[in-house]
Every structure is written in C-alpha cells, then in structure tokens.
Design a protein around this ligand. Structure first.
Ligand code: FES
Length: 68
C-alpha cells in the first residue's frame, strides 16, 4: 500500500530499505524521499520503519541463537 502519496512510496519499499540495511528513519527517508514533501505521512512511515527495524533485529537475534 502507498504510505507516501506525494513521493509514491509504499510500505514494501520501506521494509525493503530496512532489509537492505537501513536502521533509522533518517536513512529510510533519504533513500526513498518519503515525507519530504507535505509530511503528512511521516508519523505512519516512522512507525512502520520502527516496526521493520524491530523485526530485523529479532531475526538477527534468532540467527545468533540458532548459530550456537
Ligand atoms: Fe508523504 Fe506528502 S504524503 S510527503
């Protein structure tokens, strides 16, 4: 779904940025352009980024747990 209508950024693109290594809202914003126009999407995009980073960290921890 579209998160940012102004820049045409989808939730998939935000999750992909995190999957590619972004760990902060600033990194996601700079990579996608999300929330750089009217800014109405910023709150939701930030929480989506936070959620994706949290999931990525959990996955990394699971990988470590299984590696032992
Ligand atoms: Fe994202 Fe306008 S909806 S900047």
């Amino acid at each position: 779904m579209y998160v940012c209508v102004c820049k045409g950024v989808t939730d998939h693109q935000i999750r992909q940025q995190v999957s590619d290594g972004a760990r902060t809202w600033r990194e996601v914003r700079e990579a996608t352009g999300c929330a750089t126009q009217c800014g109405k999407c910023a709150c939701f995009a930030k929480s989506l980024t936070r959620e994706a980073v949290h999931e990525a960290r959990l996955e990394a921890n699971m990988d470590l747990a299984y590696a032992v």
